[in-house]
Write a protein that binds this ligand. Structure first.
Ligand SMILES: Nc1ncnc2c1ncn2[C@@H]1O[C@H](COP(=O)(O)OP(=O)(O)OP(=O)(O)O)[C@@H](O)[C@H]1O
Ligand SMILES: [Mg+2]
Length: 379
């Protein structure tokens, strides 16, 4: 696709997998983000990189494909013998982590709370529970932090991050900003103690704020909110400092964003709209687009039905079947042409586009996924 006149230089997927420290796959629902993330990760491992593939997608699919459990507190290495059979040899390796954001935020709390008892109270605090499990910005921020930590500590050469469907993925990309919105100074100052324990009570006791909150929230909730901010102050301050680091990290050359789409017209339109929003939120261009499940990736033209294909069948059977098969072949040919045009259009209008084929079977295990990896290595 490099001769299609795109404005930016076409980068091969292999170059991208070798040069980046983190790759984030975003896209609309069901287009193949999880499948593509796993393929990119496996391809990079085959190239000799130490790779972690992370999903914050609650679906079970990647776990099943990779053969690891969900919601483990730590990344899990894939069986080296199985990887070797797929062409992954040391130093190449592949770990998978089905990220439960709850686990990550709980761990963050434990490392920042002043005492184990504070940590226990905070984890049991209903406001914290509500926030850490329901406030998307907070959850996804912890996911970005985890990714950042894995990259900066050098534990992995590359982290590939799968994301939930588009709307949530955008929340994910926007996480650092959302966290800072959540930490609105006014809220923080109303609740957070200036020095641990003392300021909060002094400032709020008998205050109008407290009375209003009692009415709005109920006294128990207000107490839980106060306790939350008293315990959470150190962590919030850490998050606030860190969110700048995370924004810089997400915008740096270390991280590449890949938009995954299927060749259906509606999916491509949605992908282009998503791309514009990603660009606005992140302020950086995408690394490239994966046009997944494309029939245009196959070089072999579909065999056009011809009477000779029917061998010994009698003439009447051939005469009856030929028009039907011809129509099917023509429909498929039209689809291939449309997919090819889509790839050219994406590359011309948006930039680097990698085309991956529609596999004849669902990529439900590593061996099937490896067929896609072969194409990744050539894209
Ligand atoms: N290139 C491909 N060839 C054949 N089947 C594919 C391909 N890519 C994905 N699939 C199949 O399409 C379905 C959806 O793929 P996948 O789960 O990767 O999408 P997703 O974008 O992660 O979905 P969700 O938005 O639900 O997380 C799966 O059944 C998967 O096996
Ligand atoms: Mg998925």
């Amino acid at each position: 696709m490099s001769d299609s006149g795109s404005t930016s230089k076409h980068v091969s997927l292999v170059e991208a997998l070798q040069s980046r420290r983190a790759i984030v796959c975003a896209g609309a629902g069901g287009v193949g983000k999880t499948t593509v993330s796993a393929s990119l990760a496996l391809a990079a491992a085959r190239l000799g990189r130490r790779v972690l593939v992370v999903t914050i997608d609650p679906s079970r699919r990647l776990a099943e494909t990779l053969g690891v459990s969900r919601h483990l507190p730590e990344p899990t290495p894939l069986d080296p013998a199985r990887l070797a059979a797929l062409g992954v040899h040391p130093p190449g390796s592949l770990d998978a982590w089905m990220l439960d954001p709850g686990i990550v935020s709980d761990r963050t709390v434990e490392s920042f709370a002043q005492t184990p008892d504070d940590a226990r109270r905070l984890l049991a605090n209903p406001v914290y529970q509500g926030l850490s499990r329901m406030t998307a910005g907070m959850q996804e921020f912890t996911a970005v932090e985890a990714m950042h930590t894995f990259v900066t500590t050098g534990r992995y050469d590359l982290v590939v991050l799968d994301t939930p469907p588009a709307r949530n993925a955008l929340r994910f990309l926007d996480a650092p900003r959302r966290v800072s919105a959540f930490m609105d100074r006014r809220i923080f100052e109303a609740f957070a103690p200036t020095t641990a324990g003392s300021g909060l009570v002094r400032r709020l006791a008998g205050s109008v704020v407290e009375k209003v909150l009692d009415v709005a929230l109920g006294q128990n909730t207000r107490k839980a909110v106060q306790e939350f901010f008293a315990l959470f102050g150190a962590l919030l301050q850490h998050l606030e400092t860190n969110q700048q680091t995370m924004v810089r990290f997400l915008r740096s050359d270390a991280v590449g964003f890949v938009l995954v789409t299927s060749p259906h017209r509606a999916a491509v339109d949605e992908a282009l709209a998503l791309e514009a929003r990603c660009r606005a939120i992140l302020g950086v261009p995408l690394l490239g687009r994966v046009l997944n499940q494309s029939l245009a990736a196959d070089d072999d033209a579909a065999p056009y039905p011809a009477a000779s294909l029917f061998g010994d069948e009698d003439a009447a059977t051939v005469a009856a079947a030929l028009p039907v098969l011809t129509r099917l072949a023509e429909a498929e040919q039209a689809e291939i042409t449309a997919h090819r045009e889509t790839a050219v259009r994406l590359e011309r209008e948006s930039g680097t586009t990698w085309v991956l084929p529609r596999l004849p079977v669902a990529a439900s295990n590593l061996e099937a996924l490896n067929a896609l990896v072969e194409r990744v290595l050539k894209a």
